[in-house]
Write a protein that binds this ligand. Structure first.
Ligand SMILES: Nc1ncnc2c1ncn2[C@@H]1O[C@H](COP(=O)(O)OP(=O)(O)OP(=O)(O)O)[C@@H](O)[C@H]1O
Ligand SMILES: [Mg+2]
Length: 410
């Protein structure tokens, strides 16, 4: 019998499940119901590690190439470029397919069932409305599922899946909004419980990986030379350091592209011309020892700590230089995220407009997605929807639960 596996392929974390008599059951991954959306190409063992084992290999400092946040690459020309990795020339379609195949195989191993169809979550917008990359992104993701061995793929908007999981649609009379803020996108669904379900979906390409990028760019990259000066090669005077490397180093999905001989040479040149060469020596170490993701994890951990405690925390960078750390205050985080707060507020307003609903009419806000735990998010939503009850759902698994339930209906 054809069976459907619900898969929440997330920017940062993924999960999968199916329905048994309408009740969702999630697949286990190394003792957890979610797994990091990560790959590690192990140079020594010449194999690809997927999910938690990929993270473990990075933390151990194994020789290899780590990748995360590949969902952000869907729809771009990078997806189909062939690269030499281990023994093969592969594209990102092949790499994402390996990850999805691991999910399929784990589900089949655990249950003894065969899943030949996928019901995949997707953000309302991968990029933005009207962008040509928009249709391409879904096409790319479909190609990844087919290459992973699924015969058929259907898609459901992630916030709609969350609405199903939280029984949002089963409480007649209520008007609510699902706010799903993940690693890569923020999605909104306005729903009316009872006979009419989803009134409007909308989303913006903002997520926790953007928060990490801004915090890193503003507060960590200056330790690596951002904002300092280089002596001119010809003549006197100073010129500002170009920003492109810092932007890429602060961006989860772009980090692997920095590990090239050209970038290393460029940094060595900058170190010679720098007025503060010790900062460029750090940058050179990061590229030489491939510590970009270790840095991204340190920034993410600092963000979460400061958000939780509301005080001054620190970003620990001892891997790059013994004792190196960057203090980080709640005020600095708020400052780095201020533009995102405005964009989220605007995204919510567009969704309400599409639904033809006034903010005061919303009874209930349901938060899902790891980044909905940011105080900036709940502060922004509370200010915009003052009359509503604000409830947190199972932030990391609601979408997968909803997909699992919906997969049983198809
Ligand atoms: N306690 C926390 N406080 C703030 N942010 C957190 C917390 N825990 C996790 N995050 C952030 O949540 C994000 C991951 O959330 P989630 O797993 O829901 O995303 P995703 O489903 O993979 O992404 P998307 O749905 O956007 O594709 C990361 O950016 C992470 O830093
Ligand atoms: Mg998600």
């Amino acid at each position: 019998m054809a069976r459907t596996l619900g898969i929440d392929f997330g920017t940062s974390n993924s999960a999968a499940g199916f329905a048994v008599d309408g009740v969702p059951r999630l697949i286990g991954f190394d003792g957890d119901t979610t797994t990091p959306t990560a790959l590690f190409l192990d140079y020594e063992a010449r194999r690809t590690l997927l999910g938690r084992p990929a993270n473990d290999a990075l933390l151990r400092g194994d020789e290899g190439r780590y990748m995360r946040a590949l969902k952000r690459v869907l729809g771009t020309s990078l997806m189909h470029e062939k690269r030499q990795l281990l023994n093969d020339r592969v594209t990102f379609v092949d790499l994402i397919a390996r990850f999805l195949r691991m999910i399929k195989e784990q589900a089949e191993r655990e249950t003894g069932l065969v899943f030949d169809r996928a019901l995949s979550g997707r953000p309302v917008f991968f990029h933005r409305p009207g962008d040509p990359r928009e249709g391409q992104a879904e096409e790319d993701l479909r190609a990844c599922y087919l290459a992973a061995g699924f015969a058929q793929v259907d898609f459901l908007a992630e916030p709609e899946a969350a609405a199903i999981a939280t029984n949002a649609l089963d409480r007649p009379g209520e008007l609510g909004v699902v706010v799903d803020i993940g690693g890569g996108t923020s999605d909104f669904s306005v729903f009316r419980s009872g006979e009419v379900a989803i009134l409007a979906n909308h989303g913006v390409r903002i997520g926790g990986t953007d928060f990490d990028r801004s915090i890193s760019f503003d507060h960590v990259m200056p330790l690596m030379g951002k904002g300092s000066s280089l002596r001119k090669v010809m003549g006197d005077g100073l010129s500002p350091v170009p920003l492109a490397i810092y932007n890429d180093l602060a961006t989860w999905e772009k980090i692997p592209f920095l590990y090239t001989p050209q970038t290393r040479r460029q940094v060595a040149e900058m170190e010679k011309l720098a007025t503060e060469p010790e900062k460029f020596a750090r940058l050179a170490t990061i590229l030489e020892d491939e510590l970009g993701h270790d840095l991204a994890f340190a920034v993410e951990a600092g963000k979460i700590d400061v958000n939780r405690d509301g005080q001054v925390g620190r970003i620990a960078l001892g891997e790059i230089e013994p004792g190196l750390a960057q203090p980080l205050s709640a005020g600095q985080v708020a400052e780095s995220l201020a533009a995102y707060a405005r964009d989220l507020s605007e995204g919510l307003q567009v969704t309400l407009d599409l639904a033809g609903v006034a903010p005061e009419a919303i009874d209930r806000v349901i938060y899902v997605g790891g980044s909905s735990l940011m105080t900036m998010v709940s502060d922004t939503m509370t200010a915009a929807l003052p009359r509503a009850r604000h409830e947190f759902s199972e932030v990391f698994t609601a979408v997968a639960h909803g997909l699992a339930i919906a997969s049983g209906r198809s």
